[in-house]
Design a protein around this ligand. Structure first.
Ligand code: PGA
Length: 254
């Protein structure tokens, strides 16, 4: 199976209705003018839940695949404040971001919980984009690979067929929102490690798409995209402006 290219934006808790409107307008126009970019790269955008109905009803998933930044591990019931995979699927989501380091850090999400959220996403036909990555402390104590291995290994609890539908993003926590990205060589080394680790579980998993995230911008994106094990990017800050986000998409399509 061929590895697919992805560029996925994560707006975090940013944006507004008018921002959504302008963003969609920009992408809609570009799709008419430059359709080739849209056929060679999967472009995703993970938004705050409230924007989902508006955005998904105003743009085709051939232009942007809309996603959310989390889902509940439950299906329904007395879980105040939670939103389920079935709900977001009904309102047009195609992707879920699971296990982002800000969820792991500020909401104490464990690897066990993350696997449950991945399973719920898959149950409703959503593509889970699972984030893994080490903190600065873990990196400095030489534990990067063991931490990543532990995070990825938890996913092996899923049936192989489910696993083959995931996209994984390697995001070193120290590189997120800091303006200090990993070097392309460092990122390649870890992506290669993840791919080999997946392959050791099943050969079929070597074709999963692996994305790099952490201070990706139009300035450094090409250095990541030219690495043999990197299939795209998860983009935070630079996804907020349609122009800068599209500049990254353009580089992925090269
Ligand atoms: P950043 O965020 O691009 O702003 O570093 C990446 C992310 O949190 O996914």
């Amino acid at each position: 199976m061929e590895r697919e290219k992805w560029v996925v934006g994560n707006w975090k808790m940013n944006g507004s209705l008018s921002h959504c409107y302008n963003f969609l307008d920009f992408f809609q126009n570009l799709q008419c003018k430059e359709p080739r970019f849209f056929s060679s790269v999967n472009i995703g955008l993970c938004l705050p839940y409230v924007f989902l109905p508006f955005v998904s009803s105003h743009i085709s998933s051939r232009v942007l695949q809309i996603g959310v930044q989390d889902v509940s591990e439950h299906l329904s019931g007395a879980f105040t404040g939670e939103v389920s995979a079935s709900m977001v699927a009904e309102f047009g989501a195609k992707l879920t971001l699971i296990g982002h380091s800000e969820r792991r850090q500020y909401h104490s999400e464990s690897n066990e919980l993350i696997v449950k959220k991945v399973q719920k996403s898959l149950d409703y036909g959503l593509v889970p984009l699972v984030c893994v990555g080490e903190t600065l402390e873990e990196r400095e104590s030489g534990n990067t690979e063991s931490i990543i291995a532990e995070q990825v290994e938890f996913l092996f609890k899923l049936p192989l067929e489910a696993l083959s539908k995931l996209v994984i993003a390697y995001e070193p926590v120290w590189a997120i929102g800091t303006g200090i990205s990993a070097s392309a060589e460092e990122a390649q080394k870890i992506h290669h490690f993840i791919r080999s680790f997946l392959k050791s579980h099943s050969v079929s998993l070597q074709s999963l798409s692996l994305l790099y995230g952490g201070s990706v911008s139009a300035k450094n994106a090409l250095s990541f995209f030219s690495q043999s094990d990197i299939d795209g990017a998860l983009v935070g800050g630079a996804s907020l402006k349609a122009e800068s986000f599209f500049d990254i998409v353009r580089l992925a399509a090269v």
